[in-house]
Design a protein around this ligand. Structure first.
Ligand code: S3P
Length: 174
């Protein structure tokens, strides 16, 4: 396999958790676009939004997408919830959409031991009415760009990871 596997989906759906679980069960290595952006800028996403605004952040995502296309292969890439909009998304790898209802996403965040922190670090989740509208404006597009859609609602990360490993033909850990 030389292609990358790219996880997309709404904030809080569990992209990072599922990526870590896939790594645990397979031989693939993983990176995350928000982590790449934070290290490139040497500041947190929340601070980037606060100091320079969303438009600037989207430019950083576009820059990251170009770098990924050119330099990264055989890697699992988890992404920020708005990353799916980059122009070259399909050239980065196979796109896997983690699908869940908005209510289940909120539930997942609330139940998480670090739930408060998770809400705090995501500027676009601050206002839940706005977040719901954002979710609704994106769901169709997530499905449109996806090569594989995985329903993640009410399932364990381990079970979801198994399905992704099978469908994306990732080499299992021995
Ligand atoms: C965003 C999602 C965040 C982060 C930024 C913007 C979005 O990532 O990239 O706050 O536009 O949906 P997560 O999906 O990991 O929360």
């Amino acid at each position: 396999m030389s292609k990358n596997i790219v996880l997309i989906g709404f904030m809080g759906v569990g992209k990072g958790t599922i990526a870590r679980e896939i790594v645990k069960q397979s031989n693939i290595f993983a990176i995350d676009t928000d982590d790449l952006i934070e290290s490139m800028e040497n500041r947190k996403i929340k601070k980037i939004f606060k100091e320079d605004g969303e438009e600037y952040f989207r430019k950083l995502e576009a820059k990251t997408a170009k770098w990924l296309e050119k330099n990264v292969k055989n890697t699992l890439i988890s992404t920020g919830g708005g990353f799916y909009k980059v122009k070259n998304l399909k050239d980065i790898g196979e796109i896997i959409y983690l699908k869940s209802s908005f209510e289940a996403i909120l539930d997942r965040i609330k139940k998480h031991p670090n739930g408060k922190k998770k809400l705090k670090k995501r500027p676009l989740l601050k206002d839940l009415n706005k977040a719901k509208k954002l979710y609704e404006s994106r769901i169709k597009d997530y499905e449109k760009v996806a090569d594989i859609i995985i329903d993640v609602e009410k399932r364990s990360p381990s079970d979801i990871a198994k399905e992704i490993i099978k469908k994306a033909k990732i080499e299992k850990r021995k």
